[in-house]
Design a protein around this ligand. Structure first.
Ligand code: FES
Length: 147
């Protein structure tokens, strides 16, 4: 059901931990399953993401996608980091089972939330970045999902 890459990142997640005095911190939850993810970004004066760490209280797919997402944003500048969508993360993991696709949204939203925090602290605007949700289902239409 899971690809080898997903299993690898689940069993050996990269960049787990916290960053003290992080440039930006983002926390996002999924009220439906109760999973939570927090991303810490250390960004230098040239807007390059020097370091990134994450903590996820969540399912295997949430851990694997968080791990891959941190690998993808590390060393990038903040504009490039904006391109690390959940789709990009899933592609890098060679796919996720359809019922687990929503888990990958946690990583994307948490990165955006951390970038938002960074932008607010520094009084800058990041192109294309909208105010993040704290719950990935916030504002979603009330519709039954087919799980
Ligand atoms: Fe909650 Fe995967 S089941 S993030």
């Amino acid at each position: 059901m899971y690809t080898e890459k997903v299993m690898d990142h689940f069993q050996h997640p990269r960049n787990v931990g916290e960053i003290e005095n992080a440039s930006g911190v983002g926390t996002v939850g999924n009220a439906k399953c109760g999973d939570i993810m927090r991303i810490y970004l250390d960004i230098d004066e040239n807007h390059i993401i020097r370091d990134v760490k994450f903590k996820t209280f969540g399912c295997g797919a949430a851990i694997a996608t968080s791990s891959m997402a941190t690998e993808l944003v590390k060393g990038k500048n903040i504009q490039e980091a904006m391109k690390v969508t959940n789709k990009a993360v899933m592609e890098a993991l060679d796919g996720l089972p359809p019922v687990k696709v929503h888990c990958s949204l946690l990583a994307e939203e948490a990165i955006h939330a951390a970038l938002w925090d960074y932008a607010e602290k520094n009084g800058i605007k990041i192109e294309g970045l909208e105010k993040p949700k704290s719950d990935i289902h916030e504002g979603e239409e009330e519709e039954e999902e087919e799980y």
